[in-house]
Design a protein around this ligand. Sequence first.
Ligand code: ADP
Ligand code: 5GP
Length: 187
Amino acid sequence: MLLISGPSGCGKSTICKRLLEDRRVVFSVSATTRAPRAGEVDGQHYYFLSKEEFRRRVEAGEFIEYAEVYGNLYGTLRQPMEDVLVSGRTYLIEIDVQGALQLRALGVAGLYVFIAPPSFEELRQRLVGRGSESPEMLERRLRKAEDEYRERVKYDHIVVNDDLERAVTEVTRLAGLEESPEGRPAP
Ligand code: ADP
Ligand code: 5GP
């Protein structure tokens, strides 16, 4: 299990997209109650569920962890993780800091990587550049980023996402996913 976490806007999704070019890596599709963003596909980026459906699945014990993040629920499904780990592939989990620490507390084995922004000013610029947040939500994410940043010491590694190529290379190396005969990028 390779877990990628860190404040909103630090580049988690961008880094995960690059790691997924390796066919040994399988993405953990989380469930969420937030509305899809432009270009997001149900079942590929997230399973988009109503609050009622999400609650039903919580009751049914389908999540290993779930958390409320910025007013929406997000959760990691148990069954797909077990299936992938049995197959010997790397299960890539992109998750917020609360969720990461829940998995750690549950004793889920794997590599826990915190992606840090080069600075808080750069984090603001990236969130503005992504154009996905209202001004109020932008401020909320930035305030939370400061608390999340303090938790970085609880991870196995901290990778600063200054230059994207450098950060992707560092995570690849930490996860032991350097190029190998079985690990050529997917076509
Ligand atoms: P997260 O998934 O952590 O919320 P994203 O991957 O959506 O963050 O990245 C936030 C924004 O920052 C996106 O617009 C992305 O293109 C940009 N970005 C990601 N990594 C870098 C980087 N190393 N340098 C500059 N911009 C980056
Ligand atoms: P976004 O709305 O920007 O896609 O995600 C908001 C936050 O929720 C991000 O920090 C993302 O990593 C986190 N997140 C995504 N999936 C899960 C999950 O399954 N569990 C938890 N706890 N957080 C998640």
